[in-house]
Design a protein around this ligand. Structure first.
Ligand code: ADP
Ligand code: MG
Length: 243
């Protein structure tokens, strides 16, 4: 099963992905988180592991990937199970594996297209079994829809914080999900009870998969760059809805 987490910047994609990944690990799933956000430097801390080496480097770096773009077979000559991913590109903690597609580290480095190409090629090349769960923590916004990454996922998990922009984006993601024939699981995040009521009203007949209230422990651990080793009933509920 492949799930993509999406939503606007700062809505809690990485936080919810980390909590959910831990939950799947607790349930005995073989869970791989793929970090496709080229400007996120916090996910590995939320998972409590090292920042892995960029997977783009395994394929000779971004320039080589762009050259191979038109001949996709050059990138992968065989399917990979999760354990086939070269170990120097995988970090692990508490049963959760993390792979990072690539980061923009320097000024004038160029765009992130190579990361998009690699992600789009990697997903169909994963040989996944019943017990495998792949969770993609994506970059903010909807570019991954444009890149075609979402064509290859089973479910879209949209994280919505209490903001007008998130609610607007939910409408857009809802219609793009429908176009692709994918179910969108909406997660209300970082809100208090009153805000949740307003958000539910604005969401109309869209089904809410989980409500994660603003949580002091989550915020504090996020602030300190500590592992999110927190168990929440709503995350368990979400894990079951997605599975
Ligand atoms: N349920 C929550 N309660 C409190 N703080 C949260 C919650 N979810 C996310 N945050 C905080 O919001 C900020 C952005 O979260 P993050 O997961 O990095 O967002 P994104 O990955 O969407 O950019 C972080 O400071 C994080 O600790
Ligand atoms: Mg993030």
């Amino acid at each position: 099963m492949i799930i993509i987490a999406c939503g606007k910047g700062g809505c809690g994609k990485s936080t919810i992905s980390s909590l959910l990944a831990r939950e799947y690990a607790r349930q005995g799933k073989n869970i791989l988180v793929i970090d496709t956000d080229e400007s996120n430097y916090g996910l590995h801390r939320q998972l409590g592991c090292e920042l892995p080496k960029n997977l783009t480097e395994y394929f000779g770096g971004r320039t080589d990937i762009m050259k191979a773009k038109t001949e996709d077979a050059i990138l992968f000559d065989k399917k990979w199970t999760i354990s086939d991913i070269p170990s120097e590109y995988v970090s692990e903690n508490a049963g959760v594996k993390l792979v990072a597609i690539g980061k923009i580290d320097e000024a004038n480095e160029g765009c992130a297209c190579a990361m998009g190409v690699l992600t789009k090629n990697l997903l169909p090349n994963l040989d996944l079994g019943e017990n495998d769960v792949v969770l993609i923590d994506s970059e903010a916004g909807v570019e991954h829809f444009g890149r075609g990454v979402d064509n290859q996922v089973d479910h879209i998990m949209m994280v919505i914080d209490p903001s007008y922009e998130s609610l607007r984006l939910a409408g857009k993601v809802g219609s793009m999900g429908a176009e692709l024939g994918k179910e969108v699981f909406y997660v209300l995040n970082k809100a208090d009870e009153m805000q949740v009521e307003s958000m539910k009203e604005a969401m109309g007949d869209k089904k809410i998969a989980a409500v994660i209230y603003a949580n002091r422990d989550v915020l504090q651990k996020g602030l300190m760059g500590e592992a999110l080793d927190i168990q929440l009933d709503e995350i368990t509920k979400l894990s079951n809805a997605l599975a």
